[in-house]
Design a protein around this ligand. Structure first.
Ligand SMILES: Nc1nc2c(ncn2[C@@H]2O[C@H](COP(=O)(O)OP(=O)(O)O)[C@@H](O)[C@H]2O)c(=O)[nH]1
Ligand SMILES: [Mg+2]
Ligand SMILES: [Zn+2]
Length: 288
């Protein structure tokens, strides 16, 4: 029988199937091959006995993250706050590169819009609306939550972003409703309080699933390589073939299609600044 791992605790995996959730052990063979089942994995299970089942096979993954340990993420919702904490564009662009590296869809979600004037949201629109789906929401008033739901329904999504931007609060709006409607109201109030929770994958009423994980708040290293970085900026792609040198890094080279596009306003300067910064970081990392 096929199912999806929705939780893993103390050597047991909880696999959601058409016939309900089964508590499973993993076959020893995975450990031998160095494969660790992750939440989000699609698996084949075998029912050994009543209430006892094993995972026989892990189906090919679309993508996998090590930290947090999840697999098959369709969509990364990158959350930043309009204020408290102040938005950090460099961090946002780093999350975006990570999403591109893992081939996930992206939604940029600007939260806490109740704390700022509409004017202050302009810059986000200017930089990001041409490249990614962008929503403005308030975890306080509920404004915009519907827009967010429309972008994540029928997908397996995860919320990422610095701590304090309102990820847990948004999860409560989206997922709390689903839980409330199944009658488990007490679960709802517990959510978001404990930051050391395990990873869990919840089914959404609107269709699709959401990873509940506290782990997507920062990362130590940019995993991208020097020569692939520009390919992780979707707006740069049309200009890459216009550089004189095949190995152009688009920093100081002459006849560079990317630098030209920045000058002409076709690529936003803010994005290009992030690119240059990330390139520096990748080169620094290589030195050690
Ligand atoms: N004013 C305002 N506060 C919010 C909003 N969303 C979340 N908060 C508050 O911001 C703080 C951090 O939220 P939390 O969901 O724990 O952030 P997380 O660390 O990203 O999970 C909490 O005190 C929330 O009540 C919002 O849209 N507006
Ligand atoms: Mg949280
Ligand atoms: Zn170039």
């Amino acid at each position: 029988m096929q199912g999806t791992i929705v939780k893993g605790i103390a050597g047991f995996y909880y696999v959601d199937t058409e016939e309900g959730v089964y508590q499973c052990k993993a076959r020893g063979i995975f450990r031998k091959d160095g494969i660790v089942p992750r939440v989000g994995d699609n698996v084949i299970i075998e029912i050994i006995d009543e209430g006892e089942a094993v995972i026989n096979e892990i189906l090919a993954r679309k993508n996998e993250f090590i930290r947090p340990p999840i697999a098959n993420v369709d969509c990364l919702v990158i959350v930043i706050a309009a204020k408290q904490p102040d938005p950090n564009i460099f961090i946002l662009d780093k999350f975006l590169v990570m999403a591109e590296l893992h081939h996930t869809d992206v939604v940029i979600c600007v939260n806490k819009i109740d704390l700022v004037e509409r004017e202050q949201l302009k810059l986000f629109k200017e930089i990001y609306q041409p490249i990614y789906p962008l929503v403005f929401v308030s975890g306080k008033t509920g404004e915009g939550i519907k827009d967010l739901e429309n972008l994540i329904k029928n997908k397996k999504s995860a919320l990422a972003g610095p701590s304090g931007v309102g990820k847990s609060t948004l999860l409560n709006w989206i997922e709390g409703k689903a839980i409330a409607e199944t009658g488990e109201v007490s679960e709802k109030t517990k959510r978001g309080k404990n930051t050391t929770r395990h990873v869990e994958l919840y089914s959404l009423k609107i269709g699709g699933m959401i990873f509940d994980t506290p782990g997507f708040t920062s990362f130590d290293v940019l995993e991208a390589e020097e020569d692939e970085l520009s390919h992780l900026y979707p707006e740069m792609l049309p200009y890459l073939s216009k550089c004189r040198y095949d190995d152009c890094r688009h920093i100081a080279e002459p006849d560079c299609g990317v630098q030209k596009a920045v000058k002409e306003g076709k690529i936003h300067e803010s994005r290009y600044d992030s690119y240059v910064n990330q390139m520096k970081e990748i080169r620094e990392k290589r030195k050690y």
